[in-house]
Ligand binder design. Structure first.
Ligand SMILES: [Zn+2]
Length: 303
């Protein structure tokens, strides 16, 4: 019985007992509604719902980053450059920014250096990452997971490694109590296995419970509209209509980001960093994020 007004319900039953039964049911329903409202009961709400329900009232207060906690989580040392200018901005504006880098970067070889994969590169990249974090003013948490999370070692190497990472990230969210989590979206920016896995890890941790502090989860994205070729749009694009959080930053923030990326001397050609960073953010100096939004109500249908 769907969308019947009371008069229609009455017409549907010509038996007085049935009418009485319906009226009794309506009264009981009303009674339970009143009781549940007075007792403050409400259906379980998701992190995102809680965030959204308080968003309007707290819009102006929440836009002040002072005292807020951001947890930015990425895969490799140098991945933070994707959002480095806004990390600099929020540090400057008084937020506490924790930068979590999950892998040790042991496989980060390239054709413009002669570094070999392995422990020597790990030691080098640890120092580079400390330098990069210092330039941005963020608190660095550099975990020691192998690049590609031991994927080359097969299921028995990969899965325990991934599960340990999920648990460690869960503990970090528990301890740091972030207001905001920033990570990769499903495209991983470059489709890199590690990028996508770290975004998925942060997301699964976020979804695993209703966190007390109602953090917001954001994915970094590049608008499809900014890409020239169809292949890039397919592989990495996010339609701009999803990227509704568009954050500006100052020239000083860009300078901090350039100085930060220049620390990664094993990974970048330092004399090209400025051009690369200025090209990445465009003349509008914008970083695009997609906010994770959970369901707003329950449903018994997918349609
Ligand atoms: Zn990377």
């Amino acid at each position: 019985m769907e969308n019947l007004r009371p008069i229609q319900i009455i017409k549907a039953y010509n038996n007085r007992d049935k009418i009485n039964s319906i009226l009794k049911g309506l009264c009981l329903g009303l009674f339970y509604c009143l009781v549940s409202i007075s007792c403050g009961e409400s259906p379980a709400s998701t992190n995102a719902e809680k965030q959204d329900s308080s968003a309007t009232a707290a819009e102006s207060a929440s836009s002040d980053p002072s005292g807020k906690v951001i947890m930015a989580i990425f895969a490799h040392p140098d991945d933070e450059s994707t959002v480095a200018p806004i990390l600099s901005r929020y540090v400057r504006e008084g937020a506490k920014v924790h930068l979590v880098i999950c892998t040790d970067g042991r496989l980060g070889v390239n054709d413009f250096t002669d570094h070999e994969a392995g422990e020597g590169l790990v030691a080098m990249r640890k120092e580079e990452m400390k330098c990069a974090a210092e330039k941005l003013g963020v608190e660095l948490i550099h975990l020691d997971y192998h690049d590609q999370l031991r994927a080359a070692e097969g299921y028995d190497g990969h899965i325990p490694h991934v599960r340990a990472l999920i648990k460690e990230v869960h503990q970090l969210v528990t301890d740091l109590k972030p207001d905001v989590i920033i990570t990769w979206g499903p495209d991983g920016g470059s489709n890199h296995l590690d990028h996508r896995l770290i975004g998925a890890t942060a997301t699964s941790v976020y979804l695993s419970k209703i966190w007390d502090k109602n953090p917001s989860l954001y994915y970094v994205g590049r608008p499809s509209q900014s890409m020239d070729d169809e292949e890039s749009i397919i592989l990495r694009g996010v339609d701009e209509s999803y990227l509704t959080t568009q954050i500006t930053f100052t020239d000083d923030d860009l300078e901090a980001a350039i100085a930060s990326l220049s620390c990664h001397v094993s990974q970048v050609q330092v004399d090209r960093v400025r051009e690369r960073m200025e090209g990445r953010y465009g003349k509008d100096k914008l970083i695009y994020l997609r906010k994770f939004v959970g369901p707003q109500s329950s449903s018994d249908s997918v349609f």
